[in-house]
Each structure stands twice: as structure tokens, then as C-alpha cells.
Write a protein that binds this ligand. Structure first.
Ligand SMILES: NC(=O)c1ccc[n+]([C@@H]2O[C@H](COP(=O)([O-])OP(=O)(O)OC[C@H]3O[C@@H](n4cnc5c(N)ncnc54)[C@H](OP(=O)(O)O)[C@@H]3O)[C@@H](O)[C@H]2O)c1
Length: 241
């Protein structure tokens, strides 16, 4: 274990019970990190934790709850004494045309996908400063590319890219590294009921995206990354010829 690149480090992962968050948990664990994983569904978190050969703390909570960010950071510090990596993978995605983007939908999307990221990063910042840690933002190509019926999600992810650049500036003096990852389509529960199996089969696998998260996180700290776009080799929505 001690030869692993993230041995001794502690990562907190939102959305850790499914999809990209669960895959990132597995990949970070393989590199030696201990984990705090959070999400609302405790059963999903427990099954991720049970499959990993590292110490894992499970914290079932809504990421938009007023106390959740502090609880996540406190759990890491109480159990492991430090926090080195925060992976923001919790997110919601629903397409709605602008005329149906009512205030409740708009605010809920921004609350989960953006405001909670600010709240957790703020809570984690003192610990990240002590560890010269890292913040991983799971953004989206939707941050920079227009897709129809996507106002709320695009705003949340565009905002994520923007705050990532601010965090990068604020963190520089303390050696905090920001990794903004902008994926195109990944085959996860996010697409349940939204894409047929044939299309999902052409999307990126979450396990591969988890490996991208962990390998960037474990990479040489003399390297900074501009926002990293990752995508499948071809557009999954275009049928093969
Ligand atoms: N799949 C894609 O094509 C794709 C592409 C680009 C970017 N992304 C981004 O990747 C991230 C991970 O998504 P995914 O694809 O892995 O889908 P996913 O499996 O649906 O993951 C989303 C996670 O967010 C958690 N979550 C949602 N609302 C929450 C809340 N209020 N409080 C706490 N946790 C909450 C969910 O857990 P609970 O429901 O248990 O709370 C779930 O584990 C998201 O930010 C998404 O925007 C995905």
C-alpha cells in the first residue's frame, strides 16, 4: 500500500454511490486513498464501500442540506485527520426548453450542481490548504457547448468551469490544484429513461472516467491542467454506418 501514489491521502467524493463518483472512489482507492463518500442513498454508498479495499466512511445526506458540507469535512478530519482531495461528482441533469425552465427547476439545478460545490469547497478549503490538496470538478461539455433544452444544466456547469478558474487563482499560493473535467456522454444512471441502450453502449464507461479522475489526481504536481474535455470516440447519438 505504501508504494501507491495516493497512499496516506484522503478523498471526499460527492455522488459517490453511483456512476462517476463510485468509479472515482474505486480508482482512487486502488491508488491508496482513504475515502469519505456521500450521496442521499445509503444503500448505494454501502455497496460501493463494501467492494473497496480501503477505509471508507459513508455519509448519507442531501448535498444541498445546510450542514452537509461541514459534516463531510468533519468526517474526514475526525476519522482520518486530514483531507487531500475533494471530488465534486454529485449532479442532476434534466432537459427542459426555456419556456418550461420554471424557477423551482432552475433553482434546484443550480443548488445541487453549483451552490453545493461552492459550499463544500468553502468548507474544505482550510484542510486543503494544510494538505496542498486538490479539487476535482466534474463539469460537462455543456459548460462550453450549446445543446437545446439545457439552460439550467448548462448554466450550472458553465458556472462550475468559471469558479474552477477562480479557485485555481485563489489556491495557487497554497499549492492547491484544481482539476476541471468536462465529459461528454458517460453511460450512467443519469441517462436512465433518456437514451436507448444502443446509444448508451456507445457512451464512455464510468469506470474509464473514474480512472481519468484518479490518474490526473495522482499525476506529477509540477503539472497544472486546463479544463480537460473527454468524450467518446464518436457521437453516441449517431448510428453506425
Ligand atoms: N453521465 C454523463 O453523460 C455526464 C456527462 C457530463 C457530466 N456528467 C456529470 O457527472 C456527474 C456524475 O453524474 P453521473 O453521470 O455519474 O450520474 P449519476 O450516477 O446519476 O450520479 C449523480 C450522483 O449525484 C448524487 N446526487 C444527486 N442529487 C444529490 C443531492 N441532492 N444530494 C446528494 N447527492 C446527490 C446521486 O446520488 P443520490 O441520488 O443517492 O443522492 C448520484 O450518486 C454529474 O455532475 C453530471 O452532471 C455526467
Amino acid at each position: 500500500m505504501s508504494g501507491l501514489p495516493l497512499h496516506g491521502q484522503v478523498a471526499a467524493i460527492t455522488g459517490g454511490g453511483t456512476g462517476v463518483g463510485a468509479a472515482a472512489a474505486a480508482s482512487l482507492a486502488r491508488r491508496g486513498a482513504r475515502l469519505v463518500i456521500t450521496g442521499r442513498r445509503e444503500d448505494r454508498l454501502r455497496s460501493v464501500a463494501d467492494a473497496l479495499e480501503t477505509e471508507v466512511e459513508v455519509l448519507a445526506a442531501d448535498i444541498t442540506g445546510p450542514e452537509t458540507s461541514a459534516l463531510v469535512v468533519d468526517r474526514a478530519i475526525e476519522q482520518f485527520g486530514r483531507l487531500d482531495i475533494v471530488v465534486h461528482a454529485a449532479g442532476i441533469f434534466e432537459k427542459r426548453p426555456i419556456e418550461e425552465t420554471d424557477d423551482a427547476f432552475w433553482h434546484r439545478t443550480l443548488d445541487v450542481n453549483l451552490s453545493a460545490v461552492v459550499a463544500l469547497t468553502r468548507a474544505a478549503w482550510p484542510a486543503l490548504r494544510r494538505s496542498a490538496g486538490q479539487v476535482v470538478l466534474i463539469s460537462s461539455v455543456a459548460a462550453v457547448q450549446g445543446f437545446s433544452d439545457n439552460t439550467a444544466y448548462a448554466a450550472s456547469k458553465g458556472g462550475m468551469n468559471a469558479i474552477g478558474e477562480v479557485f485555481r487563482e485563489e489556491g495557487r499560493a497554497d499549492g492547491i490544484r484544481i482539476l476541471t473535467i468536462c465529459p461528454a456522454q458517460i453511460d450512467t444512471e443519469l441517462w436512465d429513461g433518456k437514451a436507448p441502450d444502443s446509444v448508451r453502449g456507445r457512451m464512455m464507461r464510468s469506470s474509464g472516467v473514474g480512472e481519468v479522475v484518479a490518474s490526473l489526481t495522482a499525476s506529477d504536481r509540477s503539472i497544472d491542467f486546463a479544463p480537460v474535455t473527454i468524450r467518446p470516440p464518436s457521437n453516441p447519438w449517431l448510428a453506425e454506418v
